[in-house]
Design a protein around this ligand. Structure first.
Ligand SMILES: [Zn+2]
Length: 194
């Protein structure tokens, strides 16, 4: 199975919404004040009509969506797939996808929603379906929360062996450096004792 056949745009957008729109810690520092509209536009950038459609009225809704998505990663990270599935089913019931064929430059494409769909419910459905597919294809273990100190950002693991534990290479390197320093400190302490 190809990696990108189960990690889709909805899963990647879920990661970005959770990381850009929820408070907490990122790479050792508290998350700075969030410019919600700017962050949402960055996440939906793959769909230019969505970027144009996002307005101030959607800001609170996207923050609420990000909190719900984050809660799903938290459940999965502690191995509680049943709870994550229940949260996702609730969102999917509230915001069903409405598949729609649109003709673009003479070619028919199947989309999640009609082009004039409202941007918040559309992205809610896209994100929930992406994460639901991860669970439904036995790939929930690829969703997780960074294990570095002072970081709680989420990730979707696209590596072949599904061994990712950090949100970023910055957090991975930070953790390695801290472990190296700790070992060195222990070694020096042992030397001074002898
Ligand atoms: Zn991290």
């Amino acid at each position: 199975m190809k990696l990108d056949s189960y990690i889709d745009a909805g899963t990647l957008a879920s990661v970005e919404f959770a990381n850009k729109l929820t408070p907490g810690y990122a790479n050792g520092k508290p998350v700075a004040e969030i410019d919600v509209l700017q962050a949402v536009r960055e996440v939906v950038a793959i769909d230019p009509p969505s970027v144009a459609a996002v307005s101030e009225n959607d800001a609170d809704g996207f923050v609420a969506l990000a909190e719900r998505l984050r809660a799903i990663f938290v459940d999965i990270d502690r191995g509680d797939i049943d709870d994550a599935a229940e949260l996702l089913n609730n969102i999917l019931l509230e915001h069903p996808a409405t598949p729609y064929l649109a003709k673009e430059e003479g070619v028919w494409h199947l989309h999640h929603h009609p082009a004039n769909a409202a941007v918040l419910p559309m992205w809610t459905a896209i994100c929930a379906e992406g994460l639901a597919r991860m669970i439904g294809t036995q790939n929930a273990h690829r969703l997780g929360i960074c294990m570095a100190d002072n970081c709680d950002r989420v990730f979707a693991d696209t590596s072949k062996n599904a061994t990712r534990r950090f949100c970023s290479s910055a957090c991975q390197n930070r953790t390695k450096t801290a472990a190296f320093r700790a070992r060195k400190r222990d070694a020096e302490a042992n030397e001074s004792k002898s």
